[in-house]
Unconditional design. Structure first.
Length: 504
């Protein structure tokens, strides 16, 4: 399939909406972007669902608005590619029509089904095969819940898709997924790059439900006449399947060669490393996804509330619209926040503790402490928890000479300096012209239709500038504080369980 023009259109179907971005094919420069929001329904505790019809509206309207905003003719679009939220479940019938609302990544209802996976398949075996510890967060447990509680929906199901898979279907009429999204289902052989038939059989999940998993650069088809009418695109425009948002962000951070490490600080936060082989951590603190780069994977340690902790504090201080002012206050406090520690577990925690009962805590407060110390303690607490994740990666042999930092947290020079001091690494700031997920999806699209020779082009399109350097004196201070930070969590861990029982 030949390309038609000189622009790449990337759709990123996130949790709050779809961001459509147009990139110049030669330079990767952002031409224009638009955002179409949609909502999430929380019908019961631990439930989180979205209506695929909202995704369709956001896809079509976003494309039309983007083409109009950029004043780009449809014939100039060389390829459409996708990124999207991972670990969900969109059950569709043989015609591709959704049979129920999509269960998204944040849904945690399937705890009993996750326990069944653990009992039937074995926690260690699942981790080694799929790269993930057993959890209700993954697609496998969610589909088991639907099978048990909504058997008629399950009986009519033809395929289980992810968000970006459904969007790609709307444009092409093809039901497909890619390796990265497949690797977030907990039903995919990460090394073999195939659906884990033995696991599916053991769990009683029909094999036909799982669409063909293809490399992220695969052109799955062209825009249909019906989709062209709805979106304003030209019939036949190539569509590349793209990848899950975490995988696309990894490419967007230019972590495309083994050993490349980056740190994302947004609402959640993670540290990830590109790998040839998955990390098998004996304590299962690190999990692994398939990379967009064929044959590669990436190991990740994710914390629940990175920037979310700082936003929470800003809300308490009535500083939501002025984080720069809050940064300025925090900068007046000394390293170590005058003896105040913050445990950033306000949403429970994944890495390194994997404890949903963990909670946030401010420890060491005295009458002499004020907003400045508390604000700095929050920044330091997030950095120290991320530092623990980096320590785990180092235990597994990961060697980092510098840390690429992306996400909203990277805009704070104070936070960058704290991170540099805690990690004892220099910080690199990638020159991103758009969000990393959108750019990663665009690069997958460009590679798919031959505009780019391979994913190594990310190094050229996303140069990184030297930023903060670690201060040796500060690093020594944080090394000592990190030990106290760990001891504080260990001391409070039984308390978290007691508080949860009282909430009962």
């Amino acid at each position: 399939m030949t390309t038609r023009g000189h622009y790449i259109l990337a759709h990123d179907l996130g949790t709050t909406g779809n961001k459509a971005t147009l990139f110049a094919a030669e330079s990767g420069e952002t031409i224009a972007s638009v955002f179409e929001g949609y909502g999430t329904a929380y019908a019961q505790p631990n439930w989180a669902e979205q209506d695929p019809a909202d995704w369709a509206r956001a896809l079509y309207q976003g494309t039309r608005r983007l083409l109009a905003k950029a004043a780009v003719p449809p014939a100039a679009i060389a390829v459409v590619s996708f990124s999207g939220q991972m670990q969900g479940a969109v059950l569709v019938d043989v015609a591709g029509c959704p049979l129920r609302p999509a269960v998204i990544w944040a849904d945690q209802r399937a705890t009993a089904q996750a326990e069944r996976i653990r009992q039937v398949c074995g926690a260690e075996a699942i981790y080694r095969l799929t790269g993930h510890r057993v959890s209700p967060a993954y697609t496998a447990a969610k589909v088991l819940w639907i099978k048990e509680h909504e058997p008629e929906v399950y009986r009519r199901a033809h395929r289980v898709l992810q968000a970006k898979d459904y969007a790609a279907f709307l444009l092409t009429g093809r039901l497909a997924t890619d390796h990265s999204d497949a690797s977030g289902t907990q039903l995919f052989d990460l090394v073999g790059r195939a659906w884990a038939g033995d696991v599916l059989d053991a769990l009683g999940l029909e094999r036909h439900l799982w669409p063909e998993a293809q490399p992220s650069t695969t052109v799955i088809g062209g825009v249909t006449a019906e989709a062209a009418s709805a979106s304003g695109l030209l019939t036949g425009t190539p569509v590349v399947i793209g990848g899950g948002d975490g995988a696309c962000a990894t490419v967007g951070a230019a972590a495309v060669q083994p050993g490349d490490v980056y740190n994302y600080i947004g609402s959640s936060a993670w540290i990830a490393v590109a790998l040839q082989d998955p990390i098998i951590d004996p304590q299962q603190r690190i999990f692994n996804f398939a990379h967009l780069v064929p044959g590669y994977c990436f190991g990740v340690g994710t914390m629940q509330a990175g920037g979310g902790s700082y936003n929470w504090l800003a809300g308490l201080f009535h500083s939501e619209g002025d984080l720069h002012a809050l940064d300025a206050e925090a900068a007046t406090a000394p390293v170590g926040a005058g003896g105040v520690l913050f445990l950033p577990y306000i949403l429970g925690e994944r890495s390194p503790y994997w404890n949903p009962l963990a909670r946030g805590a401010l420890v060491g407060l005295s009458m002499s402490h004020g907003r400045a110390e508390v604000a700095r303690a929050v920044l330091e607490g997030v950095a120290m928890n991320l530092g623990l994740i980096l320590d785990i990666l180092r235990e597994q042999g990961v060697q980092a000479d510098a840390m690429r930092l992306i996400g909203g947290g990277a805009r704070s020079s104070l936070w960058r300096q704290i991170v540099a001091d805690v990690y004892e690494l220099p910080i690199l700031l990638p020159a991103l012209s758009a969000e990393a997920t959108s750019l990663g999806a665009a690069i997958a699209g460009g590679v798919g239709v031959g505009l780019f020779p391979g994913f190594e082009v990310a190094k050229q399109l996303i140069p990184a500038a030297n930023a903060e350097q670690p201060d040796p004196a500060h690093s020594r201070r944080y090394r000592a504080l990190k030990g106290i930070f760990c001891e504080t969590y260990a001391a409070l861990e039984p308390v978290f369980g007691q508080l949860a029982s009282l909430r009962g």
